[in-house]
Structures are given as structure tokens and as C-alpha cells.
Design a protein around this ligand. Structure first.
Ligand SMILES: [Cu+2]
Length: 127
């Protein structure tokens, strides 16, 4: 009986070690954990690439904006989504839920960039 108990203890110990090992291998600060769609966007003077982004209604979208020249951000008013303003060489991100379908304009809010044509279209399709 005592031998059986110690065997069970050994099995339990191995199980605990295995499970904790799995947890250690998971990313600790995974900011992309909630996002279902990750879109890489490039900003330059004065344009976004791509100019059209299509997602599905209800998706959690993560925009990763890389600035190649100048100073820019990425904003969609309807979803209250905006990256911080950043300069050349940086990448900034924003996550939001595409909670309504339709076509929405995204733009750069820095200076007169929007008027200079720094805009694009976010298409949210019904599921
Ligand atoms: Cu800009």
C-alpha cells in the first residue's frame, strides 16, 4: 500500500512538471493574443500601403503600422481606433473589434497628411 502511494506521488509529480513546462513555453506578454487578424501596414510620405484592408464583422483586428519615412499614425474614427504617432523606423500597433459592417476611412491625423491623401479604406464584411 505504501509502495502504491509513492508510485502515485511520482506520477503526480511528473504530471505537474510536464504541465508547468508547457506553461513556461507559452509567451508571457503576448500582445497579439486576442487578435484574430493581424494586418501589417506601411506609412510613408504621404500614403498607406495597403490602401484597402478587408476584415469580417466581429473580428478582433490588430494593425501593425511601420513608419518608413516621416511621422504618422493610423486612425479610424468609427471604431475609436488609433495608434500612437511615431517616426521613421518605428512600428506601433492598435487592436479593435470590427463591430459594424461597412466601409470606413482610415487616415493619418498628423498635420495635413489626411488632406494630402494619406487615407485608406477599411472594409468590414458581414459574416
Ligand atoms: Cu502622416
Amino acid at each position: 500500500m505504501k509502495k502504491l502511494t509513492s508510485l502515485a506521488g511520482t506520477v503526480l509529480l511528473i504530471l505537474v512538471l510536464t504541465l508547468s513546462g508547457c506553461q513556461d513555453s507559452a509567451p508571457v506578454n503576448d500582445a497579439t493574443g486576442d487578435a484574430e487578424v493581424v494586418v501589417e501596414v506601411t506609412a510613408s510620405n504621404y500614403a498607406f500601403d495597403p490602401e484597402i484592408i478587408a476584415v469580417e464583422k466581429g473580428q478582433i483586428v490588430r494593425i501593425e503600422l511601420t513608419i518608413t519615412e516621416g511621422t504618422h499614425d493610423w486612425v479610424v474614427d468609427e471604431f475609436d481606433a488609433a495608434t500612437s504617432v511615431a517616426g521613421a523606423g518605428s512600428t506601433v500597433a492598435v487592436e479593435f473589434e470590427a463591430s459594424q459592417s461597412g466601409e470606413f476611412e482610415y487616415y493619418c491625423s498628423v498635420g495635413n497628411h489626411r488632406a494630402l491623401g494619406m487615407v485608406g479604406t477599411l472594409i468590414v464584411e458581414d459574416e
